[in-house]
Design a binder for this molecule. Structure first.
Ligand SMILES: C[S@@+](CC[C@H](N)C(=O)[O-])C[C@H]1O[C@@H](n2cnc3c(N)ncnc32)[C@H](O)[C@@H]1O
Length: 260
C-alpha cells in the first residue's frame, strides 16, 4: 500500500477516508480480502503477541476497517474499543458488534483521557498519515498502552512483489530501518521487536487481480491507468492456475514498560 502518495501529494487523511466511501473501492476491498491469505497470517502473528500478555482486559483497534481483525481478536478480550473515521465502517461495526465501543473519528482527534489498554492494534493505517507524523501518532498510542500491555503496528514491507508493483507505478519509499531505529531510541531495544511475514494474493482472473492491484495502489486516480496495471500483472504474475502476487509485511511490536 502506498506511502509515497501520502508524503508527496497526499490530500491528507480525510480525502483518503472519503475514497473508502466509494462503492468500487468496497468491491476491490472485498476481492482483496477473499483473495489474500493476509488476514489469516496476520491473525496468527497477532495471536503470538496476545499470548504473551499478562492481562487481556481491554483492546483498542485503531483504523479497524471492516473488522476482519477486530472481530476475531476481540473474542480474547473483555472489552473492545474501535477508532474508525469511515462512517460506513463505523456504522457496520456498531451493528455487527453491539458490544464494541465505536468511536467514529480519526486517531489524531480522539481524546481518551487517561484510559489505558492491554492491547492496541494499528494495522495498515499509517499510510493514511503523513510519514513525518508517524512517531507522534505512535507516541499517542503508547500513551494509552498499559504498562504491561503491547502495541502492534502492521505495515507493508518496502521489499517484495507488492513493493515492486508499487515502485513501478509510484514510489514506495518508507524507511523502515529508520523507523525501527527511532522506535528503539524512544522506547528501548528491549521493548521493540519486529516480525516479518509473507502473504500470497491469488486471483483466478486477470480482471480480479487488476481490481486488487487498484486496491493496493489506494489512490483512485490509478483507475485511469487500469490497462497499464492489467498488462503489468499479466506480464509478471500469471501462473498456470491464475495470478499470484506475494505481499511482504512487517509487524512492529512495542511492549509497555513492565511487560514480560
Ligand atoms: C486499509 S484499512 C485497514 C483495516 C484493518 N485495520 C485491517 O488491517 O484489515 C485502513 C483503515 O484505516 C482507517 N483510517 C484512515 N485514517 C485513519 C486515522 N487517521 N485514524 C484512524 N483510522 C484511520 C480507514 O478508514 C480504514 O478503515
Amino acid at each position: 500500500m502506498t506511502l509515497e502518495l501520502f508524503n508527496r501529494e497526499v490530500k491528507a487523511a480525510v480525502s483518503s477516508v472519503e475514497m473508502e466511501e466509494d462503492g468500487e473501492y468496497q468491491r476491490q476491498l472485498a476481492l482483496f480480502s477473499q483473495s489474500s491469505t493476509e488476514k489469516g497470517i496476520e491473525l496468527v502473528r497477532i495471536g503470538e503477541i496476545i499470548a504473551r500478555l499478562d492481562r487481556r482486559g481491554s483492546f483498542l483497534d485503531i483504523g479497524a476497517g471492516g473488522g476482519h481483525l477486530t472481530i476475531p481478536v476481540s473474542t480474547t478480550f473483555d472489552a473492545t474499543t474501535v477508532v474508525e473515521p469511515n462512517a460506513q465502517q463505523a456504522d457496520y461495526l456498531r451493528r455487527r458488534c453491539p458490544g464494541f465501543r465505536v468511536i467514529n473519528d480519526a486517531w489524531n482527534n480522539v481524546a481518551l483521557g487517561s484510559e489505558r489498554f492491554d492491547f492496541i492494534l494499528c494495522s495498515h493505517v499509517l499510510y493514511y498519515i503523513a510519514e513525518g507524523r508517524w512517531l507522534d501518532t505512535i507516541e499517542k498510542m503508547y500513551a494509552h498502552l498499559d504498562d504491561r500491555g503491547c502495541l502492534a503496528i502492521v505495515i507493508q514491507s518496502p521489499i517484495g512483489e507488492v513493493a515492486e508493483f508499487f515502485n513501478y507505478f509510484t514510489d514506495y519509499d518508507v524507511n523502515i530501518l529508520n523507523l525501527w531505529r527511532e522506535l528503539i531510541e524512544i522506547y528501548g531495544d528491549r521493548a521493540v521487536s519486529v516480525r516479518y511475514f509473507i502473504n500470497e494474493i491469488f486471483a483466478e482472473s486477470l480482471a480480479d487481480m487488476t481490481a486488487i492491484g487498484l486496491f493496493l495502489l489506494i489512490d483512485r486516480r490509478f483507475r485511469e491507468r487500469e490497462d497499464e496495471i492489467r498488462k503489468y500483472l499479466a506480464g509478471r504474475h500469471r501462473t498456470p492456475e491464475g495470478y499470484r502476487l506475494k505481499q511482504e509485511e512487517i509487524l512492529l511490536a512495542i511492549r509497555g514498560r513492565n511487560a514480560s
